[in-house]
Design a protein around this ligand. Structure first.
Ligand code: ADP
Ligand code: MG
Length: 628
């Protein structure tokens, strides 16, 4: 398109813009919405060494925002200058610009704010007998008048954008605008646990955060009380950086990434690679669609990155782009691996699984029938009601009985001959508690679905399918890291019907499948044949697996990376190869599961992030039995 300047425009003489207009233009940059004002004012209060900051907002900030701090205050002279453009007490020369310690330093925030609102400043230094008050509106700065005031500074901003209708039009609903304000206060509160914050909207207290020395307590108070006792401390230090902070245990994960915070040298930033690393560290511990709670404080040599100097931007550019990712992943991964993440069993029937409420006595259990008992148990463990199901043989009909486990690759669960369905339901006596020799712990399978075992902290309840799935996943992953898995030919290939597109999709992922020792070939125009599987996947329901994979590939992003694809396929394969709920297990099989549980990483959760195990601790049990 050809844009031409109009004649009038090109003939206009150059003129120096009046201050009021400059301020409005600058305001466009600095003040995008009410939350940007809050951000600037919070930064000023923090720079003024305040230990208490209160924020009062009305109507999403559009009619009123008032920030009060108990910081150093301003002299009359400084107060006059505060609203002037490029007035700052924070830099004097170019050197200062590069050694800046404070948050704001461009000296234009207050001028910009005053350019697009009715602003009032009330301030008093500790040494002054009284305060002064100064009004500024559309860049007209009034005369300071003496007034009564507490030590510190209050800045009131009314009717934001009253003189810039174009801006006002772009404001969203009060709730949305307030949401942004809330985020800003949250960021400051997380960065500064030693400062007390309050936030009020339309007369309602939204945040009330006393100053604390314990950052974890601030995080829980600011984000969610349920995080108390469920945050893991992070501490990592190397030549490049230091990372401290807290991350939530897997069951605190959220559907939103709003609870991932990174502060770089005290400044809130949003860095894609670090956010990605956070998620990656939790891979397999939480549902892939969820996000962890993580608050990280990163300290780095300022020479190692560039802060985008635009006041609203939160991005930074690192000299070595790989460092932040590696560091965050390493720090979090190490913490998650060394922590026993088995969630405690929650005995409160009406609580959600994402919170650990104080234990309450469950409703009295009167068990008149087996069904009722099942119902109570199901509720107890918050699982769908247990349907009496026929026991499944360990090998599905479509699977190959021809694979013998290779000598060097004991399958995680020893596949030994299992009684047929009829024998199982009629003849089997309740399984007596068994002592697993290698672990020397007592355990039992219940409802062909759960394994109950003792451990040194109490009783663990294990979902057999979830645990086996996790075991397979980890074993496959660690094997495939060392090189392609060996494939063993099936005696009878498993046939799956496909259309052309599906066949092409399968062709695309063939290299990954081959790495895993899964051999698939086109059989004829309408079908493919699974011809080989690795011993570890001896129990794979190949048909179900391929159908799952086809569905996935139908919807998957064509550009999915090799690594992500590998994890997806591992997910599906381990799910379809794992023992199922309803499969009766022999004593040896249970032992094998429990032994593996201790050996593998992240055994507390299945690859989809659901827990494999819950624990009833001695403390919980004693409380339930009223011994304490
Ligand atoms: P900057 O923060 O970039 O210096 P501002 O326009 O935000 O610019 O503020 C201008 C000046 O006003 C600051 O440098 C500081 O001296 C003073 N000031 C602003 N807010 C406060 C406050 N809450 N307490 C004390 N001084 C303040
Ligand atoms: Mg400032």
């Amino acid at each position: 398109m050809n844009v031409q300047l109009s004649d009038t425009a090109s003939r206009r003489a150059i003129a120096i813009l009046p201050d009021s207009l400059i301020n409005k233009i600058a305001a466009g940059e600095v003040v995008e919405r009410p939350a940007s004002v809050i951000k600037e004012l919070l930064e000023n209060s923090i720079d003024a060494a305040a230990t208490r900051i209160s924020v009062v907002v009305q109507d999403g900030g559009r009619t009123l925002m008032r920030i009060t701090d108990n910081g150093c205050g301003m002299s009359e002279e400084d107060a006059r200058l505060a609203f002037a453009r490029h007035a700052t007490s924070k830099i004097r020369d170019v050197d200062d610009l590069f050694s800046i310690q404070t948050l704001g330093f461009r000296g234009e925030a207050l001028a910009s704010v005053a350019g697009v609102s009715h602003a009032t400043l009330i301030t008093r230094r500790p040494t002054d007998a009284g305060g002064i008050r100064l009004d500024a509106s559309e860049s007209v700065i009034g005369e300071p008048i003496p007034c009564a005031a507490a030590v510190g500074t209050t800045i009131e901003v009314r009717d934001l954008f009253y003189c810039v209708p174009a801006r006002r039009k772009f404001l969203r609903s009060d709730a949305t605008e307030f949401g942004h304000i809330h985020d800003m206060v949250l960021r400051s509160a997380l960065a500064q646990p030693d400062i007390a914050f309050t936030l009020e909207h339309n007369g309602r207290k939204v945040l009330e955060l006393p100053a604390v020395t314990d950052t974890a307590e601030r995080i829980a108070a600011a984000i969610d009380k349920d995080l108390r006792g469920r945050l893991l401390p992070i501490h990592h230090e190397d030549a490049a950086a230091r990372i401290t902070g807290f991350i939530g245990v897997p069951e605190t994960a959220r559907g939103t990434n709003r609870h991932e915070f990174i502060f770089l040298n005290g400044r809130y930033i949003r860095d894609r690679s670090m956010l990605h690393a956070m998620k990656e560290a939790y891979r397999g511990l939480i549902d892939p669609h969820q996000h962890p709670v993580a608050i990280l404080y990163v300290e780095m040599d300022p020479a190692a990155f560039d802060v985008n100097v635009h006041p609203q931007k939160t991005e930074v550019r690192f000299r070595d782009a790989n460092i932040p990712f590696r560091m965050v992943l390493g720090a979090l991964r190490q913490k998650l691996l060394q922590t026993d993440l088995t969630p405690p069993a929650s005995l409160n029937p009406d609580s959600s699984t994402t919170s650990t409420p104080p234990l309450r006595t469950p409703a009295p259990v009167r068990t008149s029938s087996l069904d009722e008992t099942r119902q109570v148990l199901a509720e107890f463990f918050r699982q769908p009601p247990i349907q009496p199901q026929p026991a499944l043989p360990l090998r599905g009909p479509g699977e190959s009985p021809s694979i013998a486990p290779a000598a060097d690759s004991m399958p995680p669960v020893v596949a030994e001959p299992v009684p047929s369905v009829e024998e199982e339901t009629t003849a089997r006596e309740p399984m007596p508690p068994i002592v697993a020799p290698a672990l020397n712990i007592k355990c039992i399978q219940l409802h062909n679905r759960y394994i109950v075992a003792e451990d040194d902290q109490g009783i663990v309840l294990i979902d057999q399918h979830a645990l086996h799935e996790r075991i397979l996943y980890e074993e496959l992953l660690s094997r495939v890291r060392k090189g392609p898995l060996e494939s063993q030919r099936l005696l009878l290939p498993v046939m799956v019907e496909v259309n052309d597109r599906q066949a092409n999709n399968l062709e695309r992922v063939r290299p990954t499948l081959e790495k895993l020792g899964i051999e698939i070939n086109r059989f004829d125009a309408q079908s493919v044949a699974v011809q080989g599987l690795p011993p570890l996947l001896a129990r794979l329901d190949a048909g179900a697996f391929i159908r799952l994979l086809l569905d996935y590939l139908d919807e998957a992003d064509c550009n999915i990376g090799d690594e992500a694809l590998l994890h997806e396929i591992l997910d599906m394969a381990s799910c379809k190869a794992a023992i199922k709920a309803g499969d009766p297990l022999s004593a040896t099989e249970i032992d094998a599961l429990l032994i593996r549980r201790h050996e593998i990483e992240r055994s507390s959760n299945c690859p989809h992030g659901r827990p494999t195990t819950v624990r009833l601790s001695f403390a919980q049990l004693e409380k339930q039995f009223k011994r304490r």
